[in-house]
Design a protein around this ligand. Structure first.
Ligand SMILES: Nc1ncnc2c1ncn2[C@@H]1O[C@H](COP(=O)(O)OP(=O)(O)OP(=O)(O)O)[C@@H](O)[C@H]1O
Length: 220
């Protein structure tokens, strides 16, 4: 049986009086790509940020690598995020003053791993970005920025990879490059969780959940 990367139990979340998540149970296994679908505004990004330890639920349990994070302090949570997670946000969130290569390296400074620049360049190359290593974000298209953000998310080979709308605004060729990198991370052992409206991407995943009315239903 595959190891569990993330497990959520009875997660609730409200904004003011509006209840967004109402008792969410979810499992993403290591080495598996899981998709969460649902209409706009249903709470998919909120759910992804809760499982990514970026936002706290009102109640419920979050297990990372089969360990409940309840009671974990802020410093330890930061360590778990840095050591275990890769994030691909809906907007690329690159550092404006840094080049594509430097943005890819931004979280690796304290890794102690050698040849990171070569690894970052090779990763960007695999994403079709070899000609843009020295470009700043303002000189890149949205699709190119998203590929830099993906390289940044992948460079530390995260055990858990969370991707919010990874193929938004991409042409089919770039979309294919991004999609295959996400699935490759899954094949290499990561628990990959993707939020998307892209049906062709959703159809390729092993597991699908749909979020509607604050309830998460497993479809496959
Ligand atoms: N910090 C916040 N404060 C108040 N309301 C919020 C906050 N964050 C999200 N919401 C609300 O929660 C709901 C769910 O938002 P969320 O971004 O999680 O939805 P989504 O399913 O990812 O939508 P989309 O598919 O359009 O990206 C929305 O109604 C949004 O306005």
């Amino acid at each position: 049986m595959k190891k569990t990367g993330i497990e959520l139990k009875a997660i609730h979340k409200s904004f003011g009086k509006i209840s967004i998540l109402r008792g969410i149970n979810f499992v993403a296994a290591a080495g598996t790509t899981t998709v969460i679908t649902g209409n706009s505004g249903e709470g998919k990004t909120t759910l992804l940020s809760i499982m990514g330890l970026l936002q706290k639920p009102a109640s419920g349990s979050i297990l990372i690598d089969e360990k409940d994070v309840a009671g974990t302090g802020i410093a330890e949570l930061s360590k778990i995020r840095a050591a275990r997670f890769g994030y691909l946000f809906q907007t690329p969130r690159l550092v404006g003053s840094l080049t594509a290569l430097e943005n890819t390296l931004v979280c690796t400074a304290f890794s102690g791993i050698s040849n990171m620049r070569e690894k970052a360049a090779a990763l960007l190359d695999s994403l079709g970005m070899s000609k843009h290593l020295d470009y700043k974000p303002e000189q890149l298209s949205i699709g190119q920025m998203r590929r830099v953000a993906l390289a940044r998310a992948l460079i530390m080979k995260p055990a858990i990879l969370l991707a919010d709308e990874p193929t938004n605004d991409l042409d089919s060729e770039v979309s294919q490059i991004v999609t295959s990198s996400l699935f490759k991370a899954g094949e290499n052992g990561a628990a990959v969780v993707i939020v998307t409206h892209d049906r062709s991407l959703a159809a390729k995943t092993e597991c699908e959940y749909n979020l509607a009315g604050g309830i998460l239903h497993q479809i496959r």
